[in-house]
Design a protein around this ligand. Structure first.
Ligand code: GLN
Length: 204
């Protein structure tokens, strides 16, 4: 199984390492052709606005958007979750706008306010989590499952094949949340197949 990591900016290497440890083919995604054959994609932490600007210059924003619309599983961590969110409470634009949550950018403060916590994650138990200028989820839509909370606020959410984390699971050495995402990828039909089926061209 081939999993991409959006690689225009942010902590790309850490995610590639975790995915390789979990035994999948992990590839950096820098341009539209890198999306071919992916079973899922990780959108890393970094700076959401910078990532979006860079993706727009190469056409990757549009190409990835159409894959996500077609059902490509995605795991957004921190800035990556902001990219997936339908609404950003303290920013005028939205990016992919698919995950039905409203997020507040930089809700946990500045870089120097970074911290590590242990969270209780549904189905996984206690998991360490690093928060760095983290977005917090201020509202979740009906179809969104909250898998973990910190101080009562949702910090790990899932809507179908989309997973979003306020924190950085790639920085702790605990790979279980990535493994959970890989399960989602295994269970989801590849987008091309889904699109073709929608067109009625092949029998299921
Ligand atoms: N504050 C960043 C943003 O808004 C996210 C920080 C992070 O990814 N660690 O994009």
């Amino acid at each position: 199984m081939k999993i991409g990591v959006l690689a225009v900016q942010g902590d790309v290497r850490e995610h590639l390492r975790v995915l390789s440890r979990l035994g999948v083919e992990a590839v950096p995604v820098l341009k539209p052709s890198h999306l071919a054959g992916l079973a899922g994609i990780v959108l890393p932490g970094g700076e959401s606005t910078a990532m979006w600007r860079l993706m727009r210059t190469t056409g990757l924003a549009e190409a990835l958007k159409s894959q996500l619309d077609a059902g490509l599983p995605a795991f957004g961590t921190c800035a990556g979750m902001i990219l997936l969110a339908k609404k950003i409470t303290n920013w005028p634009e939205t990016f992919f706008g698919l995950l039905d949550i409203a997020v507040e950018r930089n809700a946990t403060g500045r870089q120097v306010d970074s911290f590590e916590e242990r969270l209780t994650v549904d189905g996984l138990g206690e998991v360490p989590a690093v928060f760095i200028r983290a977005p917090l989820v201020r509202r979740v839509g009906e179809g969104v499952e909250v898998l973990a909370r910190w101080q009562g606020q949702p910090v790990l959410v899932r809507q179908g094949a989309l997973l979003g984390a306020s924190f950085h699971p790639e920085l702790t050495g605990d790979d279980r949340i990535h493994a959970y995402f890989l399960e989602i990828c295994t269970q989801t039909k590849p987008p091309q197949e889904a699109a073709t089926r929608l067109n009625g061209e092949i029998a299921p």
